[in-house]
Write a protein that binds this ligand. Structure first.
Ligand code: SRM
Ligand code: SF4
Length: 560
């Protein structure tokens, strides 16, 4: 007799959402309880939908857990007015650890907020007409779009589509406003029938990520996104977008069921159809994503299992039409422009490298104070980039000298920080804030780059740019699997080394060496860089050389 296959149980997070579709939990009550220094674990899951993570300082665990909060803004396309930036800057000083953490999705995180500061911080964000709603949680996250203002004249339209979509994909629960603005615990019974028009009662099986890209620049790492729009123009007019679906990077060590995946190009849509198509894709994730295993709950696995043709048919049945054939496009580069540049309208913009995305003041460099002074004095629009850097845009030429002086007075360089390799780096926060970190990242990478600069110097290529990314665990928050050279934390002081991504952000890299110890970095990287200098073809980049030369030698399966 054939044994019936036991039905898999839905995950605990699904039960939580089912029981409380308002996502309110006991948040408001705990917030005002003076005896509580933390929220319950279940409420911690609801907090995420409100843009908040309950964390503890991992440096201090030996003496008992000290709870604190990370708060992430929802900043579509990473664009802030000068006044909005000032609010973030003030709140970082008043309630957080006096730093602003720029994220790999063009947002800002506060770290180290204690519970008594949480309410006032959240209220202030909302009073400034900004939000943290759905910055985290099983919903559509911050929508990304290129930050650079000197691209096409129709860039503003891409930003407006990104903002429109970000708003259209927000959940409708009234609990966010009632808890953080009014400070009221909602009575679930009064809202028992809350059923979000887009998300239903149980939201998505997992996070959902969207970005817009404008070729040839792929600064948003489009192929890592669940949902992507590649701008297609007819001369000077933006006509529509190629749609990409099914990218994602998160994986777990030793779990071959999880892996990074590049998105597929699905077809072409007119600009007017962006919202409808996005909702079609999102509801496919909602309806087909795995709700039993959170490690497999991303849209990329639906795509992997069911295939592109199935996806096209399913999407057409939801939106009522078939997408057109994808139009030609080419990505050639990623990253940011540093220093001063002219915009299409004649004004200037300034790109500043922010090492590991952390805006802070140190004895030598007072980056936080300097940016604030420029924003106070000249009121530029502030744009956060997908590579954790900052652009100040729409600056009249007359202001350039004064801004340069302010920056100089605070030790801030307007051009490359030390070397091109340093300015092409990204690291995730990892320790001490991230509860999932297996190794250091943000605190370790700058020192490792010092050592890599030394190796480049001794290989006689000190000016070589190599896109280097590091994460403290395999979840992939700084998108390491697209880098030319990447370090992924495996255990304290040990990293898996990956090679072979490309400048266009169109190729996943591969595992080169497993569990490399801190002390072994020079022995592993030195010969690699030497070989690169000897074997590279003219102007060949490290990522292209390593894919061409090393991959045939790498016997391990991709990203294992
Ligand atoms: Fe991430 C979880 C930080 C972008 C994949 N990510 C986390 C958490 C919240 C840890 C946690 O769940 O307890 C980290 C908070 C650390 C801290 O102390 O701040 C965290 N992720 C970040 C940020 C701040 C990294 C950064 O260097 O900037 C980025 C915030 C973006 C934002 O503004 O919304 C960030 N995370 C990403 C990206 C890159 C992207 O989206 O472009 C990825 C890979 C792409 C993807 O989603 O596949 C990413 N984060 C993850 C995952 C793996 C998800 C999966 O599919 O398995 C986790 C773990 C999880 O969700 O359980 C995670
Ligand atoms: Fe934390 Fe891992 Fe993301 Fe780094 S990659 S922030 S260690 S979850």
């Amino acid at each position: 007799m054939i044994k019936p296959v036991p039905e898999k149980k839905i995950s605990h997070n699904e039960v939580l959402k089912q029981n409380d579709p308002l996502l309110a939990g006991q948040l408001a009550a705990t917030l005002v309880d003076p005896d509580a220094d933390r929220f319950s674990n279940d409420d911690g899951q609801f907090l995420k939908f409100h843009g908040i993570y309950q964390q503890d300082d991992r440096d201090k665990r030996r003496t008992g857990k000290q709870y604190m909060f990370m708060i992430r803004g929802r900043i579509p396309s990473g664009i802030l007015t000068a006044d909005q930036y000032k609010v973030y800057d003030d709140l970082a000083s008043k309630y957080a650890n006096n730093t602003l953490r720029l994220t790999s999705r063009q947002s800002i995180q506060f770290h180290g907020v204690v519970k008594t500061g949480l309410g006032p911080l959240m209220r202030s964000i909302n009073e400034a007409l900004m939000t943290t709603l759905a910055a985290c949680g099983d919903v559509s996250r911050n929508v990304m779009a290129p930050a650079c203002p000197i691209t096409e004249s129709w860039m503003a339209q891409v930003h407006s589509d990104s903002k429109l979509l970000s708003d259209a994909l927000l959940p409708t629960t009234p609990s966010y406003h009632s808890i953080w603005v009014e400070g009221v615990q909602l009575d679930l019974a009064d809202h028992a029938d809350h059923d979000d028009p887009l998300y239903g009662k149980t939201y998505l099986p997992r996070k959902f990520k969207t970005a817009f890209a404008v070729p040839p620049l792929n600064d948003v790492d489009l192929f890592t996104q669940c949902l992507g729009f590649i701008a297609i123009a007819d001369g000077t007019k933006l006509t529509g977008y190629n749609l990409t679906v099914g990218g994602g990077l998160g994986m777990s060590h030793n779990n071959p069921n999880t892996f990074p995946r590049k998105a597929d190009v699905i077809g072409y849509l007119a600009r007017e159809e962006v919202e409808k198509v996005a909702k079609g894709v999102l509801t496919i994730h909602r309806d087909f994503g795995d709700r039993t295993d959170r490690k497999r709950a991303r849209l990329k696995y639906v795509m992997e299992e069911k295939g592109v043709e199935w996806f096209r048919r399913e999407l057409a049945s939801r939106i009522g039409f078939k997408l057109g054939e994808a139009r030609p496009f080419e990505f050639t580069r990623q990253g940011d422009r540093f220093g001063w540049h002219s915009q299409a309208d004649g004004r200037q913009f300034l790109g500043l490298f922010v090492e590991t995305g952390r805006i802070k003041d140190t004895e030598k460099i007072q980056l936080k104070t300097a940016i604030r002074k420029v924003v106070d004095t000249h009121g530029p629009e502030v744009r956060l980039t997908p590579s954790q850097n900052i652009l100040m845009v729409n600056i009249p030429s007359e202001a350039v000298d004064d801004i340069n002086q302010i920056l100089e007075e605070h030790g801030v360089a307007t051009t490359h920080a030390k070397s091109p390799v340093r300015s092409a780096t990204m690291a995730c926060p990892a320790l001490p804030t991230c509860g999932l970190a297996l190794a250091e990242s943000e605190r370790y990478l700058p020192g490792l780059i010092d050592r890599i600069e030394g190796l480049l110097e001794s290989s006689a290529i000190p000016q070589e740019e190599i896109i280097i990314r590091m994460t403290g665990c395999p979840n992939g928050c700084a998108r390491p699997y697209m880098a030319e050279l990447a370090f992924v934390g495996r255990a304290p002081g040990k990293y898996n080394v990956y090679v072979g991504g490309n400048e266009a952000g169109t190729r996943l890299n591969k595992l080169y060496q497993q569990s490399v110890k801190d002390a072994e970095m020079e022995t592993v990287l030195g010969p690699l860089l030497k070989r690169f200098t000897l074997e590279r073809q003219a102007d060949e980049r490290f990522g292209d050389w390593s894919a061409r030369s090393l991959w045939p030698e790498i016997e391990k399966p991709e990203n294992s």
